[in-house]
Write a protein that binds this ligand. Structure first.
Ligand code: SF4
Length: 315
């Protein structure tokens, strides 16, 4: 089966100012990522803030071009696809529904906007389709003429989801779609996304800093650390037996009394390293309780076996 979306040796670097009188430096935000997502799957991508997961999301959406490598949708290279064709097939749902919705437009016109851009249907057809989508995501038609400021955070995220689905995309890139919401509302939005996946035959890439959130929705899981994937495989396998010490620490964090509130103290000691000055060898070694002599010298590559893939000298 051809993967719906695949990344091949994907890299993205940024040049950043390090300060007055200092040379500009290179930040390697995404560093050689190979992922493959089959149609109907949900690929969860987890890691701390600064690990490169949001840069990866922007690349999958065609908003940030790769510095090296490529992204394929159904075997077609994203960089060579017509932007409208890409937008028809791949849609985003972002973290902050308020900033991603135009505060001066009414809800129906926000949801219908992609149809306007693609010139689909008459203005009345577009409004009818928008109202149909609003009802499908759990917002009654009476909200159609409200503005985003009149809705709660959860309702605004429902609007953003309706807008993402109005063009019948195949793939939805969800970048922290629930992290700005109250814990009780998070569960409602996750349940909605799971229902929509089944009903519309969708494929998701679901990005989150929180393993507890991803557990409920992802079929496959990629754990990122400093721009690289350090563990990859079926979500059930990783939750049953996490192998990379970083994955083990992330999982330990979701067993705290308040899951969903970010990554608490994972007992990792040092804080997340400066991505401009990544540690040598395995970039996790300064925080790893299982480090060995070779860990600061040699960078482990992802190795595949029957359970999945892991990048660690222990395996
Ligand atoms: Fe820890 Fe070494 Fe494995 Fe890195 S390679 S995670 S430092 S044991």
């Amino acid at each position: 089966m051809t993967a719906l979306i695949q990344t091949v040796d994907l890299h993205r670097t940024f040049t950043v100012n390090a300060g007055i009188f200092k040379a500009r430096q290179t930040l390697h935000a995404v560093n050689g990522i190979n992922l493959s997502v089959d149609r109907g799957d949900v690929m969860g991508i987890v890691g701390e803030s600064g690990c490169g997961k949001s840069t990866l999301a922007r690349m999958l959406l065609g908003l940030t071009p790769p510095s090296q490598g490529k992204i394929l949708i159904d075997g077609q290279e994203v960089g060579k696809m017509d932007r409208r064709e890409l937008a028809r097939r791949v849609q985003p749902v972002f973290q902050d529904p308020y900033s991603s919705l135009n505060p001066r437009r009414n809800i129906a016109s926000i949801v219908a906007f992609p149809l306007d851009v693609h010139g689909i249907g008459s203005p009345q057809d577009r409004r009818n389709k928008a109202i149909e989508m609003l009802e499908r995501v759990g917002l009654p038609a009476r909200y159609a003429d409200n503005t985003p400021g009149q809705l709660s955070g959860g309702q605004r995220q429902r609007v953003a989801i309706a807008r993402a689905l109005v063009m019948n995309p195949e793939l939805v890139i969800c970048d922290e779609p629930t992290s700005a919401l109250d814990v009780s509302v998070q569960a409602q939005i996750l349940n909605l996304l799971m229902d929509l996946r089944r009903d519309f035959n969708l494929t998701y890439v679901f990005i989150s800093h929180n393993l507890a959130v991803v557990e409920h929705i992802a079929t496959q899981l990629a754990v990122m650390y400093l721009g690289r994937v350090v563990e990859l495989g079926p979500t059930a396998n990783i939750f049953k037996q996490p192998r990379h010490p970083y994955t083990q620490a992330l999982l330990a964090s979701v067993l705290t009394p308040e899951p969903g509130l970010g990554i608490p103290d994972m007992g990792l000691g040092l804080s997340f390293p400066d991505p401009l000055h990544p540690p040598s060898g395995c970039t996790f070694h300064p925080r790893c309780k299982q480090k060995m002599e070779q860990c600061s010298k040699m960078n482990p590559q992802l190795k595949k076996d029957g359970s999945g893939e892991v990048a660690c000298h222990l395996y």
